[in-house]
Design a binder for this molecule. Structure first.
Ligand SMILES: Cc1cc2nc3c(=O)[nH]c(=O)nc-3n(C[C@H](O)[C@H](O)[C@H](O)COP(=O)(O)O)c2cc1C
Length: 214
């Protein structure tokens, strides 16, 4: 069962393995085989300087500047409840009290550290070349990518939160002015002794989202 993993060992996945993962994911379907996805792998020194800027932006509480809205605003009540429940359950699982401001800030900062991953994929589309369905194609590609990683014992966690600072991505990723970044996907070998990685998120009962008509 795939799940989000948020703590990684320092091991680097070699270039040939990364390529086979990406090639496997490229078998994802897309409408009319348009394959609108772009994928950038950031690692090494480039990732370390990007991470440093991200942590600084988070610590300064820099205003978010999302380039696309992920969710309806306001969030429908049922979605809001699930999001709140997830946040609470994850904090409890990590043993962080709601009133422990210091630990909660550290916990929130984890996103902006890309959970300590040594390699991070950034999924994007060309600016001005997308419709709503393009995002569906990219979602299928993302799922295929996570499955390819999972099949090799590697973990990953999709991240929209870090899209708050697209300026930093454009700064650190050369020739990216024409890209609309959709999501980050830190990945690597999961640390097995980490509380973050033993967390399992809940799902709605089947009858809440599935029905049969015949
Ligand atoms: C598009 C997308 C964006 C997400 N953004 C974040 C994020 O910024 N930070 C994070 O910790 N998890 C993020 N997640 C992971 C979700 O919280 C996670 O998928 C959900 O809680 C279900 O848990 P599971 O992936 O372990 O099954 C994101 C997932 C998706 C699909």
């Amino acid at each position: 069962m795939r799940k989000s993993l948020r703590s990684f060992t320092g091991e680097i996945i070699p270039a040939d393995v990364v390529q086979s993962i990406v090639l496997g994911a490229s078998r994802a379907p897309s409408s009319k085989n348009t394959q609108p996805w772009k994928l950038v792998l950031v690692q090494g020194l480039a990732l370390e300087s990007l991470r440093e800027d991200y942590i600084a932006a988070f610590k300064k509480s820099e205003a978010p500047a999302f380039e696309y809205a992920y969710s309806p605003d306001p969030l429908p009540e049922a979605y809001k409840k699930r999001a709140i429940d997830l946040g609470k359950a994850f904090l409890i699982h990590k043993g962080i009290g709601r009133e422990d401001k210091e630990k909660r800030k550290e916990h929130d900062c984890e996103n902006f550290r890309f959970f300590g991953a040594m390699q991070v994929f950034f999924l994007a589309v060309n600016k001005g070349e997308y419709g709503q369905g393009t995002f569906l194609d990219c979602g299928l590609f993302l799922q295929a990518l996570m499955t390819e990683l999972d099949n090799r014992g590697l973990g990953s966690c999709p991240q929209y939160s870090v899209m708050a600072y697209p300026g930093l991505l454009h700064k650190h990723i050369p020739n990216s002015e024409n890209l609309l970044f959709l999501l980050a996907l830190p990945f690597g070998y999961p640390k097995t002794d980490s509380a973050a990685n033993t967390f399992v998120s809940q799902r709605e009962p089947l009858e809440n989202y599935f029905r049969v008509v015949e």
